[in-house]
Design a protein around this ligand. Structure first.
Ligand code: HXC
Length: 258
C-alpha cells in the first residue's frame, strides 16, 4: 500500500513508519493522520510485524497540526470533523509496542503523537514543546494530560503556558524521553531497540505493555491486582515454559509466541 504522507519500511519484525511531508516539517494534516491510522490498522493485523517505530526527518519529527489548513475553521468545523478524533488516537489503541524516534522538532501535535507511543527515544537534536499558546489555542490531542503524567505539574504547566521548547537533555532529565542518542545513530538504535523487543514472546510483551498502561488508568491497588492476574496468566503460555527452561539449561530461548 502506498501512502502520500508516510514512508513504510520493513526491518524483519519491525515496521518503520516515517512521517513524510518535508515541505511542511511533517505538519499533521488530516491526510497524514488518516494515513497514519490506516497504516497502524494494517500493521496491527500483520502477523509478521511485532513492533512499530514512528519517526520523522532529521529536521522534524512533526511541527504540529497543520496550522494553515485549520486557521479558518470555526467551532463546528473542528467539533464535527475527524480533525482530532479516532485517527489521532489510533496510536493509543495499538496492542503492539510503538517507539517514537524523534529528531528535530516535536511540537504541538507532534509532541502529542510522540507521547502516544509507548516510549520516546530522542536524538540529541530533538526539541519538544507545546507552543499552541503562542498561536491562540491550547494542546488538543492529549498534551495537557499526557505531558503532565510524563513530567509532572510544574514542568508541564510551564511548557503549556509559555510554549517554551526544551532540548533533548532536558527532556531526558525530566522523564519525557527514555534515552538521548547521537542524531546519526538514532534510527539504527531505535531499530535495534525494537528488534530486541521483537525477539521476546509477543503475547508476553503485549501483557507487559498492557500492565504498564494500566498504571495510568487506575489506582495502585487495582493496577497491582491487574498485573498479578497477567503474571499468573503468563504461566499458561508455552513461552513462559520455554523462557524459564532455557535459563535453567543455560541456552537461548526459542519463543513460539504461544
Ligand atoms: C503548517 C508548517 C507548520 C505547521 C512549519 N510549517 N510548521 N505549516 N503547520 N505546524 C511550514 C512553514 O510554514 C514553512 O512553510 C515550512 O514548514 C518550514 O518552516 P519554517 O517556519 O520556515 O522553518 P523554521 O524557520 O526552521 O522554523 C521551524 C519551526 C516553525 C520553529 C518548527 O516552523 C514553527 O514554529 N512551526 C509551528 C509550530 C507550532 O506552532 N506547532 C503547533 C501547532 S498547533 P513555507 O511554505 O513558508 O516554506 C497543534 C495543535 C494540535 O499542534 C492539536 C490536535 C489537532
Amino acid at each position: 500500500h502506498a501512502f502520500e504522507t508516510l514512508l513504510l519500511e520493513r526491518h524483519d519484525a519491525v515496521a518503520l513508519v516515517r512521517l513524510n511531508r518535508p515541505k511542511a516539517l511533517n505538519a499533521l494534516s488530516l491526510e497524514l493522520t488518516t494515513e497514519l491510522s490506516q497504516a497502524l490498522d494494517a500493521l496491527e493485523r500483520h502477523p509478521d510485524i511485532a513492533v512499530v517505530v514512528l519517526t520523522g526527518s532529521e529536521k522534524a519529527f512533526a511541527a504540529g497540526a497543520d496550522i494553515k489548513s485549520i486557521k479558518d475553521c470555526g467551532f463546528m468545523d473542528v467539533y464535527d470533523s475527524d480533525l482530532i478524533s479516532s485517527t489521532w488516537e489510533r496510536l493509543t489503541t495499538c496492542r503492539k509496542p510503538s517507539i517514537a524516534a524523534v529528531a528535530g522538532y516535536a511540537l504541538g501535535g507532534g509532541c502529542e503523537i510522540a507521547m502516544m507511543c509507548d516510549f520516546i527515544l530522542a536524538a540529541d537534536t530533538a526539541r519538544f514543546g507545546q507552543p499552541e499558546i503562542t498561536i491562540g489555542t491550547l494542546p488538543g490531542a492529549g498534551g495537557t494530560q499526557r505531558l503532565t503524567r510524563y513530567v509532572g505539574k510544574s514542568k508541564a504547566m510551564e511548557m503549556v503556558l509559555t510554549g517554551r521548547m526544551i532540548d533533548a537533555v532536558e527532556a531526558e532529565r525530566i522523564g519525557l524521553v527514555s534515552r538521548v542518542i547521537p542524531a546519526a545513530e538514532l534510527e539504527a538504535e531505535a531499530l535495534a531497540t525494537a528488534k530486541k523487543i521483537a525477539s521476546f514472546s509477543r503475547p508476553i510483551v503485549m501483557m507487559a505493555k498492557e500492565a504498564v498502561h494500566r498504571a495510568y488508568e487506575t489506582t495502585l491497588a487495582e493496577g497491582v491486582r491487574f498485573e498479578r492476574r497477567l503474571f499468573h496468566a503468563s504461566f499458561a503460555t508455552q513461552d513462559q515454559k520455554e523462557g524459564m527452561a532455557a535459563f535453567a539449561e543455560k541456552r537461548p530461548p526459542q519463543f513460539k509466541n504461544r
